[in-house]
Design a protein around this ligand. Structure first.
Ligand code: ATP
Ligand code: MG
Length: 579
């Protein structure tokens, strides 16, 4: 049950002084708590013997008040240290969690839902951090405080009476073992359900427009209701187990009282015990209630913490799906880029999404990739980003296989405009600066110019300072695409990848952007995937893909000669344009 503390040993080790201090103070405070009961018993005995004078009464009262005030101060100190420790743990864990997420590549996120990751990063962190705060408190109370009380009973009163009164205690131990396991499983499942609920909320909020358009608000709400009821039920199942514990503590304490009072009265009768001692003993018995509840609380917190720890650990334990090379080779040259018989399939699929792809790109060349939807265009250009474990065949840059290059080196070469372009909820300028934080205004203007966005900026309410995205102005698809292009152009990358990035602009704007890019990137490599062939007409090499295979390749003129898919498509598209 306390495995979780062992697993968090690294944390306690770093903060050992904080914890040793807190526990030390906690123990002193616990000892102080034993004093009043003892004083009261003594007072009664003095009174019975008729020797309780005014001086003794003042003395006793002074000690009592001092103890209470001191106890108050000490309680404040340990509470601050312990609860502060819990927040520290939460913060440390959360930073580690985030750092891990930054390291992970797409396959990781494809397997996990955002809502579930959110649940792990919030609720689970909370549950784990509880172990380092209230968890430690209940541990000290359950073990040390209880030990102290039992010790005081033995020393100050009578060991036989203590033993007799402690007889029912094993019932608690048994209960704890059984209930602890139940709490663990039930809490795990409740947290998992909470993760799913998170997901549902995210989806509903993101998809609100679609939900409204199809008038599915009611249906969505009902589904949400049902799901949140499910989560509720699961947490109730946890609470139900928890609430089993308290009545059992009450029964055990009741039994202890019966035994303690019966046997105690007998001992008093036999004159082996004074009345004051019996009263003190009973006060101590009363004080045992808290440590016993603490055991229940301890089990609860530790089990929830360890269930949560397993969930978080499961996420943090995942390795990158594309491991870094042991001895990364430094990049020698940015060209040529050679694909030799490259086959690839996504981790989640069995058939090949790329099939024996071979081509060579020399420095300064532009490569067009076209083909039907789903033919593998995006998959092909993404190979350079090292997002997924590579398949068979060889990809080299400047003669070095890309699997021997560090991810950092590789990605620093590339400016990537993904097909599902994403802007952050920031101003246009901040979105642009995202790639190159210290770009000058002149550079920004150049990039905007090349991406044919200059005109649009003028119509934005605050120009470059206009906030876009969730809590700002909604941009058109084409505007978003061009900001994404400008963002990539700002880094002036050796390799630029435009994945279907001109699909939402008109033919004239497309021609303009293509021309700008061709001019500015004369000595650099550019990949353009597109549905509209006009976007790749000027390319030095055009690859036509179908079901992951290159079916045609060559320049625009060569492909027109070939009378294949490209020719047919070109004819269709030019007819449409004329029409
Ligand atoms: P489009 O023109 O629509 O952008 P595309 O040519 O870019 O299509 P890809 O996105 O490369 O096509 O997809 C090629 C194939 O790989 C498709 O069958 C697709 O379903 C599959 N695929 C794409 N991404 C993944 C993924 N992350 N996991 C599994 N399969 C995927
Ligand atoms: Mg694509």
């Amino acid at each position: 049950m306390l495995k979780i503390l062992v697993r968090l040993a690294w944390f306690f080790n770093v903060h050992k002084w904080r914890y040793l201090f807190a526990i030390f103070i906690l123990i002193i405070a616990s000892i102080l708590e034993l004093v009043p009961a003892f004083l009261i018993g003594s007072a009664i005995d003095l009174f019975q013997r008729g020797s309780l004078g005014i001086d003794e009464a003042i003395q006793l009262t002074t000690v009592l008040i001092t103890v209470i005030v001191l106890g108050y101060a000490l309680n404040y100190i340990w509470m601050r240290s312990l609860l502060g420790g819990a927040y520290l743990l939460e913060r440390t864990l959360r930073s580690r969690f985030m750092r891990h997420l930054y390291l992970m590549d797409p396959p990781f996120f494809e397997k996990r839902s955002t809502g579930d990751l959110l649940a792990r990063g919030t609720n689970d962190m909370k549950a784990i951090s509880m172990t380092a705060g209230i968890g430690i408190l209940t541990l000290v109370d359950a073990v040390i405080f209880m030990g102290l009380i039992l010790g005081a009973m033995v020393i100050v009163i009578d060991w036989r009476l203590t033993l007799a009164a402690a007889l029912p205690l094993p019932i608690i131990a048994i209960t704890v073992t059984i209930l602890g396991k139940m709490i663990h499983t039930r809490f795990s499942s409740a947290q998992a359900a909470f993760g799913k609920l998170n997901d549902r909320v995210l989806q509903s909020v993101a998809g609100m427009r679609v939900i409204r358009a199809f008038r599915k608000e009611k249906a969505d709400e009902q589904q949400f209701e049902a799901q949140s009821k499910g989560v509720f039920d699961r947490f109730v199942r946890v609470a139900r187990v928890e609430s089993f514990f308290d009545p059992i503590v009450n029964i055990v304490v009741g039994l202890s009282y019966v035994i303690g009072l019966g046997y105690g009265a007998y001992l008093v009768f036999q004159q082996q015990l004074t009345l004051g001692q019996l009263i003190t003993f009973n006060l101590y018995l009363g004080m045992l209630i808290w440590p016993m509840f603490a055991i229940g609380e301890l089990v609860n917190i530790m089990q929830q913490g360890s269930a949560s720890y397993e969930r978080v650990h499961d996420t943090m334990g995942t390795k990158k799906s594309v491991p870094e090379p042991h001895a990364p080779v430094p990049l020698k040259s940015h060209a040529p880029i050679v694909f030799q018989d490259v086959c690839f399939s996504y981790p989640s699929t069995s058939q090949n999404q790329l099939d024996r792809i071979s081509f060579t790109v020399n420095r300064g060349e532009t490569i067009g990739v076209v083909g039907r939807t789903g033919s593998g265009k995006s998959t092909l250009v993404k190979q350079l980003l090292k997002y997924y474990p590579s398949g068979s065949g060889e990809m080299t840059i400047g003669g070095v296989p890309i699997r021997e290059l560090s991810q950092q080196d590789m990605r620093s070469l590339i400016g990537y405009v993904p097909q599902d372009h994403l802007l952050f909820s920031l101003t246009v300028r901040e979105n642009l600066l995202f790639s190159t934080p210290n770009a000058t205004d002149a550079q920004i203007n150049d990039a905007i110019q090349s991406a044919a966005f200059t005109e649009d900026v003028r119509f934005l309410p605050d120009g470059l300072e206009t906030r876009v995205g969730e809590n700002g102005v909604s941009l058109s698809g084409g505007q978003k695409q061009r900001i994404s292009i400008a963002r990539a152009l700002l880094t002036d990358p050796e390799i630029l990848i435009l994945d279907d990035s001109l699909s939402a602009v008109d033919a004239k704007t497309e021609a303009q952007i293509v021309q700008n890019i061709a001019q500015e990137r004369k000595h650099k490599t550019t990949f353009i995937t597109a549905h509209r062939l006009s976007a790749v007409e000027q390319a030095d090499l055009i690859l036509v893909l179908d079901e992951g295979k290159i079916t045609e390749h060559g320049t625009h003129e060569q492909l027109i000669q070939q009378n294949g898919w490209y020719k047919a498509q070109a004819t269709k598209q030019s007819l449409r344009n004329q029409g």
